[in-house]
Design a protein around this ligand. Sequence first.
Ligand code: NAP
Length: 282
Amino acid sequence: MYQIIDGKRISKEIKDELKEQVAELKKQGREIVLAVIQVGNDPASSVYVGNKKKACEYIGIGSLSYELPEETTQEELLSLIEKLNQDENVNGILVQLPLPKHIDEDAVICAIDPQKDVDGFHPQSVGALCIGQPGFLSCTPAGIIELLKRSGISVEGKECVVIGRSNIVGKPMAILLLRENGTVTVTHSRTQNLKEICKRADILVVAIGKPKFVDDTYIKEGAVVIDVGIHRGENGKLCGDVDYEKVAPHTSAITPVPGGVGPMTIAMLMHNCVEASKVGTN
Ligand code: NAP
């Protein structure tokens, strides 16, 4: 029988731990504030932003909300970020992606003070991750490492295969698995023999962005499967990048969608906000 890795329960556990830490910090007179910027009103982004604000409220983190119109210029957005960079009452800055096409996302990410980069997307945060220095970790891959640890699954010495090499999931995931002493292979759209490579994996992380792409023919018997994907099917139900029904019986542990990786992303964002409040105080 396989283990269903319960991201909902584990994320609640993390949020409750953070809530206690935040209460302690409050007793010392320290308030944590996250600034959340959304440009335009993409419905999916609005849901994500709403969930982030709810998590802040639950933990006791203050949130400042900036809902800017679609036609906001890059200069206007950059000047708001600069203002928040300078504001010592703001600990973390989050710009919800994707941004409208006329705004250069890289320029915006680079404008955020690395000490307030709670998404972990700034080149300085990514560089620190690569060379093993302290810095903010990208929330989704950091959440996956936490899921594995808190489910008693060790990475050390394991064959780990990551499908996807995006800057926000695949690449940082590979580096974090390496940091945990896994033997890591990263695959992408030009990879040949994808199935054969996946079949070697003790731990398979799927971040391909295609609904139910990975079926049982990709799985080594007893592997751990982490499904990062999130899609709304025609029937309105959510599904992942993995065909759960076909794959689960062949695994030793698997994340469901919903209730697997998704809730961990926000929990790790909250973790980063708490860490951000400690910057310069240690
Ligand atoms: P992305 O930027 O679209 O990246 C997809 C990756 O998959 C790319 O590296 C691409 O390769 C690779 N790929 C595409 N087709 C492939 C194929 N046939 N064989 C092998 N590799 C292939 O997506 P992402 O931002 O990493 O997100 C991946 C999924 O995770 C999406 O479903 C997204 O919605 C979800 N997501 C969930 C969370 C969460 O909190 N749960 C957070 C972030 C993302 P190339 O580089 O060669 O194009």
